[in-house]
Write a new protein. Structure first.
Length: 560
């Protein structure tokens, strides 16, 4: 494949593949090298969102060090870049290196930069190739979020954007396929789940085609009743049927010389499918009540989220129609397959929505030390969500955050967003318990940095408690009372308060009365240990931090 079209070609990449990876790489269908990459999902300076750092040295057995001052992350397609440069990151670097079986190891290595993986605070963590392929969310000092994932080596030229936001592998492949087929006259079938942007892809095909100066007519096939289908699609002459007091121009005639986009074609009733098949086979249409047929010059694009092959087997869809529509098929990827785009898309949608209420400046802090309007912990959990509603659902969440936070210095989480955060946390719990995760992954955490993993002795959420609260409804007194009752353990406290753990962390962060285990001094811990004879339960009550957080802090200070 030629790199000039934006394709990925491992043969052109100046990257040495480690021996431990060669068998895995050779087994891949397309035999392409996949390089570990860090993508910025969130940064207090939002213009940094989407920047990348290629960890090529890790593949060849070396180390990559990440600190406040180096190395440079750059935007896709650009060589020049900048360090992360957030003042809350340590100048002492954290390190990434390769393991013996192709895994990637992250080592805090004495750095003061706090690291969380899927909400769990870590000193060191090892990620299998499967972990990296799916994408690992890393939170640094509660300020910067990175995604550790794989990408193939990039070609020098990228395909046009076609109005799409995103630089992920899946989106680049989609843009390549649009570029390949746009100037041809073949019909195109766009396939993918609801909310993925199939109509945007259809617009891209039309605008890059020879018909770009002619109309693009979009038709929702699910909304056309069979009794009106003929007149809606092909038109009707005046007086053709009762109530027909004027001549109606159908969708196909409106699109003559241009493109017609048949959205939700899998929902078309059987009678409508017959009509579509006829016009696709002959190019002729006949208006209701007209004596003659007319020929139209229309390129057909169609989209569906249905399994049309299964629908054919059950008799709900006609096989000849599928073959006519699918002159070329394009798969539009779900959002869960383009996780490195979530930060880019969220920022894009927040910027648009904030502009509508005159508050776009909230995204851009006036000083480097200022807390961001949108806390990083919320973004980290949104990235872990599976997004069944895809890009459309993400846009709705952005709108919910903006409208629910109008006039507020920081984001106010509404119950609707709470529901999404809870679902994301449930997914994180499942990933932590996955057998593919290395046994050596450190799951020790502090209340200020991460959500604790599920424990057999921890009180779980009340299954009968369905109502979600806005965190702004939780008073300081209630926060302290509930945390104390649950001995500063976040998971059961969040369940009782009716908020997600992400929201509870933000409440704790803002509270001047909640202590962080990471802030405890050696002298304080030693005094409490001596006073209580080393009884950790008593020390927890005395120091008012979680047991897990206290254990981690004692381990850091070499007091255990």
């Amino acid at each position: 494949m030629s790199s000039s079209s934006g394709d990925y070609d491992a043969r052109t990449a100046e990257i040495e593949v480690p021996r431990s990876w060669k068998g895995q790489v050779e087994r891949r269908d397309r035999a392409r090298v996949r390089v570990p990459v860090l993508t910025v999902l969130f940064h207090p300076n939002p213009v940094r969102i989407g920047d990348r750092l290629w960890l090529s040295a890790v593949m060849s057995g070396g180390e990559v060090e990440i600190s406040r001052l180096s190395p440079s992350f750059s935007a896709p397609g650009e060589e020049a870049g900048h360090a992360l440069a957030d003042p809350y990151l340590s100048r002492t670097p954290i390190r990434f290196r390769q393991g013996s079986a192709g895994e990637v190891t992250l080592d805090r290595a004495g750095s003061q930069t706090e690291i969380r993986v899927d909400g769990v605070a870590v000193q060191e963590a090892t990620f299998s190739p499967q972990d990296v392929e799916r994408g690992v969310v890393l939170e640094l000092s509660r300020r910067v979020i990175l995604l550790l994932h794989h990408l193939p080596p990039m070609g020098r030229q990228e395909p046009p954007r076609f109005g799409m936001v995103g630089e992920s592998e899946a989106v680049l492949r989609l843009r390549q396929e649009i570029e390949r087929v746009a100037d041809l006259e073949v019909p195109v079938l766009l396939r993918g789940p609801t909310g993925t942007g199939k109509e945007l892809a259809a617009q891209g095909i039309h605008e890059a085609s020879r018909r770009r100066e002619r109309p693009l007519v979009s038709v929702n096939m699910a909304a056309i009743p069979p009794t009106l289908a003929a007149s809606e699609l092909f038109g009707a002459v005046k007086g053709a049927f009762t109530g027909s007091d004027r001549t109606r121009v159908g969708y196909f005639r409106k699109a003559d010389g241009g493109t017609i986009f048949l959205d939700e074609v899998g929902e078309a009733p059987p009678e409508v499918q017959v009509m579509l098949l006829r016009v696709l086979e002959t190019g002729d249409i006949q208006s209701v009540g007209a004596a003659q047929h007319d020929r139209v010059d229309v390129r057909v694009l169609a989209a569906t989220d249905q399994d049309l092959e299964a629908a054919i087997r059950t008799g709900r869809f006609r096989a000849p129609l599928l073959h006519r529509l699918a002159g070329f098929s394009i798969r539009v990827p779900p959002l869960r397959e383009r996780r490195d785009d979530i930060g880019r898309l969220l920022f894009h949608f927040l910027k648009e929505e904030l502009s509508t209420v005159g508050e776009e400046s909230r995204l851009f802090p006036t000083r480097a030390q200022a807390p961001p309007w949108l806390p990083a912990s919320i973004v980290a959990r949104l990235v872990g969500y599976d997004w069944p509603g895809n890009v459309r659902e993400l846009r709705n969440v952005a709108r919910q955050l903006v409208i629910g936070s109008r006039g507020a210095d920081q984001v106010q989480v509404t119950p609707e967003v709470e529901a999404v955060l809870r679902a994301a946390e449930a997914g994180a719990d499942e990933r932590r318990q996955s057998p593919s995760r290395e046994e050596g992954l450190e799951t020790t955490l502090t209340p200020s940095t991460a959500a604790p993993p599920a424990r057999p002795d921890a009180e779980g959420p009340d299954p009968d408690k369905e109502a979600y609260r806005s965190p702004s409804d939780v008073s300081e007194d209630e926060l302290l009372e509930v945390l104390q009752r649950h001995r500063w353990t976040v998971k059961p406290a969040a369940a009782e308060l009716g908020v997600s753990r992400a929201s509870l962390y933000n409440l704790m962060e803002r509270s001047s009365q909640v202590r962080k285990a990471s802030d405890l001094t050696r002298e304080e811990i030693e005094a409490s240990r001596d006073s209580h004879g080393g009884d950790l339960a008593a020390m927890v009550d005395d120091l008012q931090v979680s047991r897990r957080g206290l254990e981690m802090r004692m381990k850091e200070l070499k007091l255990r």
